[in-house]
Each structure stands twice: as structure tokens, then as C-alpha cells.
Design a binder for this molecule. Structure first.
Ligand SMILES: NC(=O)c1ccc[n+]([C@@H]2O[C@H](COP(=O)([O-])OP(=O)(O)OC[C@H]3O[C@@H](n4cnc5c(N)ncnc54)[C@H](O)[C@@H]3O)[C@@H](O)[C@H]2O)c1
Length: 344
């Protein structure tokens, strides 16, 4: 199979490239990535050494995307490429509309023109909006979309576009909506890597509000296994929620990091919450568990230990490689910008 992975130089995309490579070494893998502030080709160093082909470019560039489909005749597309940082979407939604909505449309049009056996859209639990806080309620796939910020609004729009191409043109689309991922390779703009890095440097950790917001955390490699299960056994036209069944308040995740690194809790600094901040996300992932037999393999304790070790060994001043068991930092010159607050 020829597989196009978009956004494969990003956090989840890069982890998925390795998951796919390990699970299906016979597949020919192509990555297209615009290498925005959050894309880093060095994440793919070992993948490229193992035959993955990298193309620098934007998914909303119709000429480029169509020429790639024409040349390589992809069987499967997995679309991770997106602008993803909520705070950035509040400052300027334009790149979000271009990458997340127009980019998805160009990919779907290419699938329509050149044919495909599967188009898989990576979406997010954020499209459901805020989950009722003090309740047992978890969103299921049939629940109404109710995005509260420009990022999640563009993700919801792209989900609907995918479903419309399935219904109108019969494009074999599947969609997955995942909860918060953590693990190696994430940009230090994001909550867990930012806080591990700050704790290691004895810097203040800026926590939104009182840190009471709740997120359901999933180890990034478990997300990759879920995507493989959907590609192998999922039904076209279906949406699958992917959750860790692992809800934590941000303050407790912060304390876990500080305890593990043997640092004082007074590094925590409460900062003003951002507008439209969803207090809780929670998805019901019983559909993928029952129908496709997927469930998360990594406990939060195990995954966080691996993650804390990884960010302690690796920083963006140093390069890294990430086969599942091989954490081998080497030298690089890529530096990443940090924002003042966690992205949750
Ligand atoms: N991070 C999470 O916890 C989470 C949870 C659920 C869903 N998701 C979804 O998973 C996907 C990947 O998220 P991530 O956290 O790895 O994000 P990321 O920001 O780390 O990576 C995104 C990648 O897409 C690339 N990209 C952006 N715009 C592009 C464009 N127009 N054309 C080509 N490449 C482009 C970037 O260069 C980057 O490499 C996104 O679709 C996101 O909505 C993320």
C-alpha cells in the first residue's frame, strides 16, 4: 500500500509514522508537511533512513497535492496536518481556516479525482465542546458538535466536509476524534512538555485559572494503534472516538511532574484563564473498543514516566530519535519558541 501521511513532521504524525512503519513495514510511506513552527523534520530522521519519503509542502496547495496523487497513486491518506494551538487560533484564525478546512478540502478533492481506498481524518474531542464538569457524562460519536474556539471550529468544519464527501461522492472516509495526547516529540508550547522543561530548569510553571480544568490523557502511541485499527477494521462513513478513560485535573498532572522530578510545588504560578477555555473534555470510546477491539495499552503512570524521562533527556536544543524503545538524543540546531502558558 502507498500511504500518504500529512503533518507527519508534527507531534502525533511523527509518532504515527513510526507506529505505521513498525506495524506495516511493507507499506510505502510518504509524508507531506509544511514544516510550520510546530513541524520538525528531524523527528523523521530514522523514518527517512528506513525508506519514508518526505515532501515539504502545504496540503492546501492544490497543484502540489494533485501532482503527488497523480505521480504516486496513494491508496491511503491519513490527515494529521493542521494548525493545532488553541491560543494561536484566538490571536488569528486565518491559518486555521487555510490548513484545517481548505487543506482538508484539497485532499478530499484529490481523493475524488484520483481514487483512494481510505481517507482517514484525524479530529479531536474538542469538536464536542465543554463536557459537563461535575458529571459522569462523556460525549459519544452521535453527540452534537459545539466547538468553543476557532481551532475546534475549523476541526469540526473539516469533519463535516469529510462526511459530506462520503455522502455525496462515496469517498471512503473515516474520522477519529481523540482526547489529549502526551508523549515524546510534542512541541514545548504544550502543557506537559512545557511543564517538564520548566520544572527541570526551576522556572515558574504558568497554570491557567486554578488548574481545575480536566483533560482525558492518552499516550500518543496508543492513539497510533487506534488509527491502525480503524484503517484495518473500521467501517467507512464512521466516526470513532478515541479516549484514554484517564481524566486528570491540570493541577494534579502538574504535581505529578513536580513530584517525579523532586521539585517544590511553589514553582506553580496560577495565571489568568484564557477566553472560551473549555473546563473539561471527555469522550466515550466504547464504540472503538467494542467494534474494533482497541483499548489503550499504556497506563498514565507508565506513559508519564517515559515522557518525563524523554523530555529530561531531549530538548529542542538537541536532536532526538524515537523508535519505541530507543531514546537516543544527538545534536541539532533547531530551537522552538515557547509561549507563556500551557495549551489546554
Ligand atoms: N495534540 C493533541 O493532543 C491532539 C488531540 C486530538 C487531535 N489532535 C489532532 O491531531 C493532529 C496532529 O496534532 P499535533 O498535536 O501533532 O499537532 P502539531 O502542531 O504538532 O503538528 C501539526 C503538523 O502539521 C503540519 N502542518 C500544519 N499546517 C499544514 C499544512 N497546511 N500543510 C501541511 N502540513 C501542515 C505542521 O508543520 C506540523 O508538522 C491535528 O489534526 C490535531 O487537530 C491533536
Amino acid at each position: 500500500m502507498k500511504v500518504l501521511i500529512t503533518g507527519g513532521a508534527g507531534f502525533i504524525g511523527a509518532n504515527y509514522v513510526y507506529t505505521h512503519l513498525e506495524a506495516k513495514p511493507q507499506d510505502e510511506i510518504f509524508v507531506i508537511d509544511a514544516l510550520t513552527y510546530s513541524g520538525d523534520r528531524s523527528r523523521l530522521k530514522e523514518a527517512e533512513e528506513n525508506g519514508v519519503q518526505f515532501i515539504e509542502g502545504r496540503i492546501e496547495d492544490k497543484d502540489l497535492v494533485f501532482s503527488l496523487f497523480e505521480k504516486y497513486k496513494f491508496d491511503i491518506v491519513v490527515n494529521f496536518a493542521a494548525e493545532t494551538h488553541v491560543d494561536r487560533s484566538i490571536k488569528d484564525a486565518t491559518p486555521f481556516v487555510l490548513s484545517n478546512v481548505q487543506g482538508t478540502q484539497v485532499l478530499l478533492d484529490a481523493c475524488k479525482k484520483y481514487g483512494i481506498t481510505r481517507y482517514h481524518q484525524i479530529s479531536t474531542d474538542e469538536v464536542y465542546g465543554d463536557t459537563p464538569f461535575d458529571s459522569e457524562i462523556l460525549f459519544s460519536e452521535e453527540d452534537q458538535l459545539s466547538p468553543n474556539n476557532p481551532y475546534s471550529a475549523t476541526k469540526a468544519a473539516s469533519d463535516l466536509l469529510c462526511l459530506s464527501y462520503y455522502k455525496t461522492f462515496g469517498i471512503p472516509v473515516t474520522i477519529s476524534r481523540c482526547s489529549n495526547n502526551y508523549g515524546p516529540f510534542q512541541s514545548t508550547e504544550n502543557f506537559i512538555p512545557l511543564f517538564i522543561t520548566k520544572a527541570n530548569n526551576d522556572e515558574k510553571m504558568p497554570l491557567y485559572g486554578r488548574g481545575e480544568n480536566v483533560r482525558d490523557w492518552l499516550y500518543v502511541r496508543d492513539h497510533g494503534d487506534a488509527i491502525l485499527a480503524i484503517l484495518d477494521r473500521g467501517s467507512v462513513g464512521e466516526i470513532y472516538n478515541i479516549g484514554g478513560n484517564n481524566e486528570w485535573q491540570n493541577i494534579d498532572v502538574t504535581k505529578l511532574i513536580l513530584k517525579d522530578l523532586n521539585k517544590d510545588f511553589d514553582l506553580i504560578e496560577f495565571v489568568e484563564d484564557r477566553p472560551g477555555h473549555d473546563r473539561r473534555y471527555g469522550v466515550n470510546s466504547s464504540k472503538i473498543q467494542k467494534e474494533l477491539g482497541w483499548k489503550p495499552k499504556t497506563s498514565f503512570e507508565e506513559g508519564m514516566q517515559e515522557t518525563i524521562n524523554w523530555y529530561t533527556l531531549n530538548s529542542y536544543e538537541r536532536n532526538y530519535s524515537c523508535w519505541r524503545d530507543g531514546l537516543t538524543p544527538s545534536t541539532s540546531n533547531k530551537s522552538h519558541q515557547q509561549t507563556s502558558s500551557s495549551d489546554l
